[in-house]
Design a protein around this ligand. Structure first.
Ligand code: MTE
Length: 328
């Protein structure tokens, strides 16, 4: 991804005058696909195949689940959590979002709920969260690039919110979309990603009590650079699954397409469970730089990466019998 991604860096070096008009780009991609050229370009992967359905599983006990809600590990400094970010809509540099995202208007904010549910609709931020009191959850966030943070978030379990829209039996997945507004998001000028940023979860993952719809951090409302006013947190998955500034939630029967998987399917799988045993094709995932405490970014400690980012007790049963090398 980002830091190490040559194709991406090259793409970003393209001068504005060379940037292909979207319709031309899309039809060129369609043409390549119809010629069967995409696999040769390294764009083949598990994207097209449907994963096996979730196993009938033994749910972890309430105590086991709640053990995942906090940690006594050293917290990341607020300045690092809010100053070293990935939010490509505002640029690809780690300091870009905290500088550029000030232009993101987070109120009023609406979210469209659609697809396989009995009560679809367009709701305001306040309607979506009405009746819920945000809880504090201290989660580890492990970026696929190899750094991690420990952050006290505020949020509401996503599953509790989703239930209100009454997903049908056909709802096998949930797809999420970020706002894509050129006027507010300078990074959209570059085709670093096929905007809008999109992510997805299997329905049982979306309903898991660890999965949070976050509205704040360090006891305050989310700053824009961290995905205000609403972002996902799936702490056992690589950070790119934790999509920011969500404007659309769709229940689907088929596995939805997702932004990073579309871009580099061999490198970024749909599941993206943190797994030290499965390397990224271009770097090892066995360890990570923990950005926490006074060491800050420059002196960050290198620590071993844990399977499921240390949340195995809570989530491993969802993947029982699944080949985690195939479904990375
Ligand atoms: N969501 C959107 N819309 N755009 C992004 O570029 N980056 C992802 C994820 N969510 C991203 C996003 C990645 S790669 C990571 S590691 C986390 O956000 C970073 O979250 P943070 O900046 O709050 O630490």
């Amino acid at each position: 991804m980002p830091r190490h991604d040559r194709s991406l860096r090259d793409a970003l070096r393209v001068r504005a005058s060379e940037i292909t008009d979207e319709t031309v780009w899309r039809s060129r991609r369609r043409l390549l696909a119809s010629l069967g050229a995409l696999p040769a370009l390294g764009l083949a992967g598990c994207a097209a195949a449907e994963p096996p359905p979730p196993p009938t599983r033994q749910s972890p006990s309430r105590e086991q689940v709640e053990a995942g809600f906090s940690t006594d590990e050293t917290l990341t400094r607020e300045a690092d959590a809010t100053g070293y970010n990935n939010f490509y809509e505002f640029g690809t540099g780690k300091a870009d979002p905290s500088r550029a995202a000030k232009t993101l208007r987070t109120s009023p904010w609406e979210v469209e709920i659609s697809g396989e549910c009995n009560k679809p609709g367009r709701v305001s931020f306040d309607e979506l969260l009405a009746g819920f009191l945000p809880e504090e959850r201290v989660y580890r966030l492990r970026c696929v690039e190899g750094w991690s943070m420990v952050i006290p978030w505020l949020g509401v379990p996503l599953g509790q919110i989703l239930q209100r829209f009454e997903p049908t039996a056909n709802a096998k997945f949930v797809a999420f979309t970020t706002l894509a507004d050129r006027a507010q998001m300078p990074g959209l000028r570059y085709r670093s990603i096929d905007w809008p940023y999109r992510e997805g979860l299997r329905i049982d993952e979306a309903m898991h009590p660890l999965t949070l719809l976050a509205t704040g951090l360090y006891g305050k409302a989310l700053p824009q650079q961290n995905g205000a006013p609403l972002r996902l947190l799936v702490p056992w998955k690589y950070g790119f699954k934790s999509i920011k500034s969500i404007v659309e939630i769709r229940f689907t029967e088929r596995m939805p397409s997702t932004a990073w998987n579309d871009l580099q399917p061999r490198e970024y799988g749909f599941f993206a469970n943190v797994n030290p045993a499965v390397d990224h094709p271009r770097w090892s995932q066995a360890s990570e730089r923990r950005i926490a405490g006074n060491e800050g970014r420059l002196l960050a400690n290198r620590i071993d990466t844990q399977p499921f980012n240390g949340y195995g007790e809570q989530v491993a049963s969802m993947y029982a019998g699944m080949d985690l090398r195939r479904w990375y």
